[in-house]
Design a protein around this ligand. Structure first.
Ligand code: OAD
Length: 232
């Protein structure tokens, strides 16, 4: 049976594709107030502002292409059972070719009915007030806002069961419950963290730190893991 790898990614894995992170110096939350654009309250008070914010996110994603990190992770599937769990709302893991991708915070290329949570593909750059589901209700971006639950956490916890390796890439591990993923894997699971700015909260036993950008760090680690398999 193949060994199981859980790859947990954050905004940093897509940074080299030109998608802004949230908490770096030039991050999105430097110039936008979370309360104004990413909460259910914001949606009730100023829906246009919320839609504009996510329209910008969608435009960035539509322009972006997968980088070396996304592409190299796919190679692991040759020898390992690989489950990607991402906090990102982009589809760059899927476009690179990863086959098992779970999104914790939604997907910007989908819209959701405010009536019954039904999802619709939404690959046009903008979602506007007046864009409605077939039943006549306003559509919203399919993203998790602050204060909302993260339904895929339960699925994610199940995915982590029995993992042999956990690879964490490009996340500040600041946002819960998503950051709990690192605690869901078995105690003896070997862990790797790839990030140019190592998160002090994730330093401990059995963790190998790769203080590099995702492109370089992922290539290095994947080559190492594949050469072990190829030499068996
Ligand atoms: P953050 O912006 O909080 O953290 C980005 C991480 O990526 C930091 O640790 C950076 O050091 C690292 N980083 C920057 N450039 C990198 C590169 N080229 N290669 C690798 N790493 C790099 O983003 P997340 O941790 O993903 O949620 O944020 C978590 C959640 O907070 C997001 O999903 C979003 C946000 O609010 C919601 O909107 C619900």
């Amino acid at each position: 049976m193949k060994q199981k790898i859980v790859v947990f990614t954050g905004a940093g894995v897509s940074a080299e594709s030109g998608i802004q992170t949230f908490r770096d110096g030039d991050g999105l939350w430097e110039n936008h107030d979370i309360q104004e654009v990413a909460t259910p309250e914001a949606w009730s008070k100023k829906p246009k502002l919320v839609l504009d914010f996510y329209n910008e996110r969608r435009k960035q994603v539509l322009k972006a292409t997968p980088n070396e990190a996304h592409k190299t992770l796919v190679l692991l599937e040759q020898f390992f059972d690989v489950q990607i769990i991402t906090q990102n709302i982009d589809d760059l893991h899927e476009r690179a070719g990863s086959t098992k991708v779970l999104h914790l915070h939604g997907e910007i290329l989908k819209a959701r009915s405010t009536f019954d949570d039904q999802l619709y593909d939404w690959k046009k750059p903008t979602l506007k007030l007046g864009d409605k589901c077939p039943k006549g209700y306003q559509l919203r971006p399919h993203v998790v806002w602050f204060g909302e639950s993260v339904p895929n956490m339960i699925v994610a916890a199940n995915c982590c069961e029995g993992a042999n390796l956990l690879i964490v890439i490009g996340t500040s591990l600041n946002v819960y419950p998503a950051a709990n993923i690192v605690n869901f894997v078995p105690e003896d699971c070997k862990k790797y963290l790839i990030d140019p700015k190592i998160q002090q909260s994730f330093i401990g036993n059995n963790i190998e730190l790769i203080e590099k950008k995702a492109g370089e760090g992922v290539v290095e680690l994947v080559n190492q893991l594949l050469s072990l398999k190829e030499n068996v």
